[in-house]
Design a protein around this ligand. Sequence first.
Ligand code: 4AD
Ligand code: MG
Length: 433
Amino acid sequence: MKESEYITIEEALKKESGKVKLRGWVYRQRSSNKFVFINLRDESDIIQCVIPKSKNLEIFEKAEKLTIESSVKISGELKVDERAPTGYEVSVTDLEIVQIAEPFPITEHQSPELLYDNRHLWIRSRKLNAVFKIRHTVVGAIHEFFRSNGYYEFDAPIFQPSMSEGGSTLFEVKYYKDKVYLSQSWQLYAEAGIFSLGKIYNMAPTFRAEKSKTSRHLSEFWMAEMEAAWMELDEVTEVAKAEIRFILKEVLKKNRKELEILERDINLLEKYEAAEYPTIKYVDALKLLDEKYDMKVPWGKDLRTLEEAKIAEHYKVPVVVTHYPTEIMGFYKPPSADNPIEALCFDMLAPEGYCEIIGGSERSLLVDNMKERLRAEGEDPETYSWYFDLRKYGSVPHSGYGVGVERVISWICGLDNIKDAIPFPRTMLRKTP
Ligand code: 4AD
Ligand code: MG
């Protein structure tokens, strides 16, 4: 038997009838004294296989021994069967057992913690298989979006000498006789890169020692960032909107089946893909919260998740909020020239409670102001002297943003917890397997 004769279950289902050779794992097995039914799964789908005792006693007896997740090779005759879950059934003519699996630790109705303890096995589930296929599309779409719009991929170090997003979430790492930090963002290095390449992007592991145990925070996540010379706030927010729409378009084109497995409302995703996304100022967001939801947020306070959720609920599509108070923003987010208490920055908030999926801004060109803000955060501006060089040699206006890849996947897939958007999640409470 040549390996190349095997086809995937998905290919078999397209073929609809005839002889097929399949290999995969036992998803379910049930037997009576006349038949063994095996639901066989592979990377592509699940199909019902039937082994009647009357046809071949030897194969029937082998099949009776199969346990969940046993690996098998099957030859058989495919035909339509309306009673089978996928509408097709394979009548087995040959069965090769590759391995009889030990009792699988995951059975139905498991606690979430047991599933996370067995993540190395749980990633075989239909749900995670579907999420990872969508993740594959999302990541591919991000590369395609930037590459087809003239951006160069540009890499930054993961070991970094300083913070960019606040010292309290830094992971410190021993570095020979010294110490460094794991990257919180690609941004500061990207701001150097644009003087060489103009428009750049990147997708990389990002690390934050988040003390919050929410369903939206990972300690290790992937951020997709862009940075562009000459670009200002009004333009960069439009790039962000176009990127999100493009990701949605690609998922809707390539992953209908996976969205159905996840029971995601496809009409809603289509609406998001077609819609215009509003841009509002922080100050107007406060007004909206007060007038429509009776939520009083004093000017100067950052928006909390429940407030972000209400803003996105009001618009029912992703919404860009700009001009947050300068004093609660990172040192590199510039004060607006007309009203310095507002920063030229933005977040994009996703509806259905998913909230912040993107953070970005214009970049400050005011070295003294940045130094002062760094000092206020307890940082030594000297550590950032290379960064301030960028404001000395042909400084230009520039902007960028970062997309939380798992936040976007969670939203598109309709997940309850961001941990399911990445194969092996890392959080404050989970670092294994
Ligand atoms: O808003 P953030 O902190 O922005 C930056 O890091 C900028 N330097 C990006 C830039 O301008 N190049 O992070 C960007 C996005 C957030 O909007 C969120 O979607 C995601 O990264 N993010 C997280 N995702 C999962 N777990 C966490 N702990 C996250 N922290 C941020
Ligand atoms: Mg942010």
